[in-house]
Design a protein around this ligand. Sequence first.
Ligand SMILES: C[S@@+](CC[C@H](N)C(=O)[O-])C[C@H]1O[C@@H](n2cnc3c(N)ncnc32)[C@H](O)[C@@H]1O
Length: 196
Amino acid sequence: MTQSEMTRLQALRASAMQERDPTAADDVLAVLLAEAERVRAARILEVGTGRGLTSLALALSTGASVTTVERDDGRIAAARENFAAFGIQDRIRLLEGDASEILPLLEGPYDLIFLDAAKVQYRRFLPDCRRLLRAGGVLLSDDVLFFRDGVPHKRRMLAQHIREYLEALQADPLFRTEILSVGKGLAVSVRQEEHT
Ligand SMILES: C[S@@+](CC[C@H](N)C(=O)[O-])C[C@H]1O[C@@H](n2cnc3c(N)ncnc32)[C@H](O)[C@@H]1O
């Protein structure tokens, strides 16, 4: 990524944060980029594009091709505008619609999958993530410690969904999972070689 691209991307990230439009925290993004480099990612899948800022960071830093899924029309338009502004739309494929309908249609293998969508659906996405990730690849699930400081009464169901997702992930012999205390918690799950 050139210095000018980095400066422009930082400005877009700053304005998203200021407008409270969710984008990955700096320390989450740093892990994401380091993992992409570690696994020498050539194909990346992101679930939850937002304005496209993590897709842009990944595509610009690694040279990988990125497939990203988003269902919100306003964010789809913003992401497309951002990709075009960086002249990188040929390396980022934005699939429009609900990931629960799109993921089953995708073909792997991907080297890295970033799960950053509705947390209530993570559990539902897991079988497709298992299927789509190559051996040695990495699944990163954001916001898994969202309620580490306590669960408001109204969010009990969501908290339970996240807990169930984490339990499934940690019990899954296909993955070796570590939970990092960056952002609101990031699960880093490396797909093992020997299981199917
Ligand atoms: C946290 S934002 C993504 C931010 C982006 N990854 C970044 O860090 O800049 C989550 C996005 O996921 C989208 N989303 C949530 N559930 C989804 C689903 N089931 N299918 C597709 N998109 C979804 C939301 O519309 C929202 O734009």
